[in-house]
Write a protein that binds this ligand. Sequence first.
Ligand SMILES: Nc1ncnc2c1ncn2[C@@H]1O[C@H](COP(=O)(O)OP(=O)(O)OP(=O)(O)O)[C@@H](O)[C@H]1O
Ligand SMILES: [Mg+2]
Length: 398
Amino acid sequence: MRTLLYTGKGGVGKTSLASATALASAKLEHRTIAISTDGAHSLGDALLVPLGPDPVEIKPNLYGQEVDVLREMELHWKEVYGYLSALLASQGVEEITAREAVVFPGMELITALLLLQRYQREGNWDVVVMDTAPTADTLRLLSFPDVLQWYFDHFLKLQRHVLKVARPTVGRMMRTPLPSDRFFDTLEDLYTRFKDVRKLLSDSAHTSVRLVVNPQRMVINETRRAYTYLNLFDIPVEMVVVNRVLPPSARGDFLERERREQQVNLQAIQESFGELPQRQVPYYPEEVLGEEKLLRLSHDVFGDSDPTTIFARSRPIRFFARGDRRYVRLELPFAERETLDVSARGDTLFVKVGWYKRSLTLPVAYASLPVARATFENGVLLVEFEPEPAAEGSRAHP
Ligand SMILES: Nc1ncnc2c1ncn2[C@@H]1O[C@H](COP(=O)(O)OP(=O)(O)OP(=O)(O)O)[C@@H](O)[C@H]1O
Ligand SMILES: [Mg+2]
């Protein structure tokens, strides 16, 4: 099963690209499903077909589905959902509000990941195209499997054990409900499934994230952060699609000015994602709705090649730590070693190797650490950061 995940800032064209890709994939007779993980579903609007929480057949080899978190939770996470809403209700949150409050922002993505894992197991699809909500912080939820694993290893096993002993006495005295054994069973099941999701997400032979940007400064900045976090969580980013590029035929003072600005920003895209394959899509004079226009979009992006092809499989950026030092490893195979210049300012790493210029947003854990040294050998740049200064007052008390 091939999974393609389109992500990017609000309004850049994720839904259009996801539906275009799905349509073109179905046309090549891949059994394809497009899944919307954006609570404000618009996948059906782009395809001009009403979709729902279950797969809907759109045309031969093409299905569409819009994830409904509440429904999925009721169906598959019943115990967790029930317990959390009871817990909130016991703290004075109105019952009906509590049921909604359990669904935190970005949960659609998590729900969709579990769906993905199910589809992978069942094996009925060749291609899954995911249309996600705007990046911002929801992307960090891709680390959810890791976080859940941590909780499970450090906390939940212990908690379950303690509760087994304490429930008969404590349960009667407190107003706060205690989680049942079934709650822990559900969590354990989720944990196992998330371990599969984790593997699936990092498997560049099957999964790719495609970043959608517009040639605009703010869009680029947000997408750089997304790219950094995807790299940090070892999720393969395969391509950057630059949407809404003004064609040279766009005339008039106003458009000329915008086009000049776009040229500057296209250069910034090059500096931000230079190692990724890049595709450009023109700014069309109308919305991209319905099969015909979507297929034209797909053709403008992929030409005659299969849009489900893995266009790049390498991992050009890695963040890692050794001892108290943090490192960034960047593969820059085309750069020539002349004067190497590396510096960090705030959360940005600036790199110059000969003619090659690159700037990269650093993860929060790196921000404001000075660069200790940088080496460039065999096309690989390794940047080492100074260790974090020891926090004031962190010395142990005698
Ligand atoms: N290249 C383009 N030229 C003209 N219009 C476009 C282009 N790409 C997308 N659009 C239009 O822009 C609007 C927003 O696109 P789309 O819904 O695909 O963005 P999105 O990234 O999914 O937005 P959201 O973040 O809200 O989910 C739609 O009306 C779409 O038809
Ligand atoms: Mg959308």
